[in-house]
Ligand binder design. Structure first.
Ligand code: SAH
Length: 378
C-alpha cells in the first residue's frame, strides 16, 4: 500500500515543488534566490499572475489608501520639474508601479503646470505581465501611454524624475548569520518530510562580505545584505547625476544599518510563515536606508533624508489638500478622507515605519520637502 503523503507535502504550492526539485538537484539555495523566485518565478512567482493589492487582496499600499498620496507626489514632481529648469524632453520613471494608481493621481495633480505633460515620456519598470496590463488601463484613463521595461538600465537616458514606492522591499536580500564567531550564509534547504527549512552553509562567508556595522554582533545575529537593492540604487544615482534629475524613494525600513531578521511574508493582510506557501504570499524585508543612501550617493548625487512618511506628507501639504477636498466631498467621502490621511501619517500606522529618501543632481537646489523649514508643524 502506498505510504500516505505527509500533510505538508500534500499542500505544497507548485512553486514549493519546483524549489524542492532545485534543492534536491543543486543543494540548499541562498535566501536571496528563494526571495527572487518566490516573487518573480516566470510562471508561479507571487507578482506574476495576480493583483495583490487592495481590500480584497493581500496588502494595501499608500496610493490605494488615499488619492492624496499620489497627488502630493504629483506636487513633488511639478516642483522637481521646475528645479530641473523645465527640460523640453524628460522622463517620468516609476519603479514597480503596482496598479498605476500613484501615477494616475500624481499626473492629475501635476498637470496644472503648463508644459510639464507635453514634454514628458512615462517609463514604467515592471516585471509582472498582469500588473503591466492594469497599469496600461489605469494610465489610459489618465490620457498617458507609458513605455514598459524589465529593468531601469533599459530606460533611455534623459533628464528624469524617478519614483519608487514599495519597490525596494520587493528586491531580494541575502542573509548571513553568526555562529561560533563566524558568519555563514543563510540558506533554504529540505528538512523533515522534505519541508522547506532554513539552514546555514557549513563554510563561513569571506570576511570581506561582512559589513562593518555587523562586525561586533553576538552569536545568532542575522545581517541582511542586498546587492540587488544596491545595484538599483546606484543606477538611480548614476542617472540623476549624468543628466539632471531627482529621485523619490519611499518604503518601510530603518534609518540606520543594523542586525536583525526582517524577512516577512504577508497573505490576506496577515503575517504568514515565510517558507510555507512560496508563490502565494508576498515576501519582503525592511529596507536599510543607510545602505540605500550610500549606494545612491556613490555617483555624486546629493541625498536628503530619510524622513518619516508622516513628516514628508505633512510638509508636502497633506492637511491643506485634505481641507480642499473636504469642501467638495459628501459626508461619506469626508470620513474616507480623514481615515486615509490618518492611516498615512499616524505613527502607529504608516507614518513612522515608512521612510522617504530624496536624491538629486548635485547642482540642483534643495528639493521638496527639505526646502521647508524643519520647525514646520508635523
Ligand atoms: N508602487 C506600487 C506597488 C508596490 S508592490 C504601490 O505603491 O502600490 C511592488 C511592485 O514592484 C509591483 O508592481 C511588482 O510587480 C514590482 N516589482 C517587484 N520586483 C520587481 C523587479 N525585480 N523588477 C520589476 N518590478 C518589480
Amino acid at each position: 500500500m502506498a505510504k500516505p503523503k505527509p500533510d505538508a507535502a500534500r499542500r505544497m504550492t507548485p512553486l514549493a515543488q519546483i524549489m524542492t526539485d532545485m534543492i534536491e538537484a543543486d543543494g540548499p539555495m541562498p535566501v536571496d534566490r528563494f526571495f527572487a523566485l518566490a516573487l518573480g518565478h516566470r510562471e508561479h512567482g507571487y507578482y506574476m499572475g495576480r493583483d495583490p493589492f487592495g481590500r480584497a487582496g493581500d496588502f494595501i499600499t499608500a496610493p490605494e489608501v488615499s488619492q492624496m498620496f499620489g497627488e502630493l507626489i504629483g506636487i513633488w514632481c511639478a516642483a522637481g520639474w521646475q528645479m530641473m529648469d523645465a527640460p523640453a524632453e524628460w522622463n517620468l520613471i516609476e519603479l514597480g508601479p503596482g496598479r498605476g494608481t500613484l501615477l494616475a493621481d500624481a499626473l492629475r495633480a501635476c498637470s496644472v503646470m503648463p508644459g510639464l505633460r507635453d514634454s514628458m515620456t512615462v517609463h514604467l519598470v515592471e516585471m509582472s505581465p498582469e500588473l503591466r496590463k492594469m497599469q496600461g488601463d489605469t494610465l489610459k484613463r489618465a490620457g498617458v501611454e507609458p513605455v514598459w521595461h524589465d529593468r531601469l538600465e533599459d530606460v533611455p537616458d534623459a533628464p528624469s524624475l524617478i519614483i519608487a514606492n514599495e519597490f525596494f522591499d520587493a528586491l531580494p536580500v541575502r542573509q548571513i548569520q553568526k555562529q561560533a564567531g563566524r558568519w555563514h550564509e543563510r540558506v533554504v534547504g529540505l528538512g523533515e518530510a522534505d519541508v522547506l527549512t532554513f539552514g546555514l552553509t557549513a563554510e563561513p562567508v569571506p570576511d570581506a562580505l561582512v559589513p562593518v556595522w555587523a562586525s561586533g554582533a553576538e552569536d545568532g545575529a542575522i545581517a541582511e545584505l542586498s546587492p540587488a537593492r544596491e545595484a538599483a540604487a546606484k543606477e538611480i544615482g548614476r542617472r540623476i547625476t549624468q543628466h539632471i534629475g531627482a529621485a523619490l524613494i519611499i518604503d518601510y525600513g530603518h534609518t540606520h544599518s543594523g542586525t536583525g531578521d526582517t524577512l516577512q511574508a504577508i497573505a490576506r493582510q496577515q503575517f504568514a510563515d515565510v517558507l510555507a506557501r512560496p508563490g502565494e504570499a508576498d515576501i519582503t524585508s525592511h529596507v536599510d536606508f543607510e545602505a540605500l543612501a550610500g549606494a545612491v550617493g556613490t555617483q555624486g548625487a546629493k541625498v536628503y533624508g530619510p524622513v518619516t512618511q508622516g513628516e514628508f506628507l505633512v510638509k508636502m501639504g497633506l492637511r491643506e489638500r485634505e481641507e480642499m477636498l473636504r469642501k467638495r466631498a459628501d459626508a461619506r467621502a469626508r470620513i474616507r478622507l480623514s481615515k486615509g490621511a490618518q492611516r498615512l501619517v499616524a505613527g502607529n500606522q504608516m507614518g513612522q515605519l515608512f521612510k522617504v529618501l530624496v536624491a538629486t543632481h548635485p547642482d540642483m537646489p534643495k528639493p521638496a520637502p527639505f526646502n521647508v523649514a524643519s520647525d514646520a508643524p508635523a
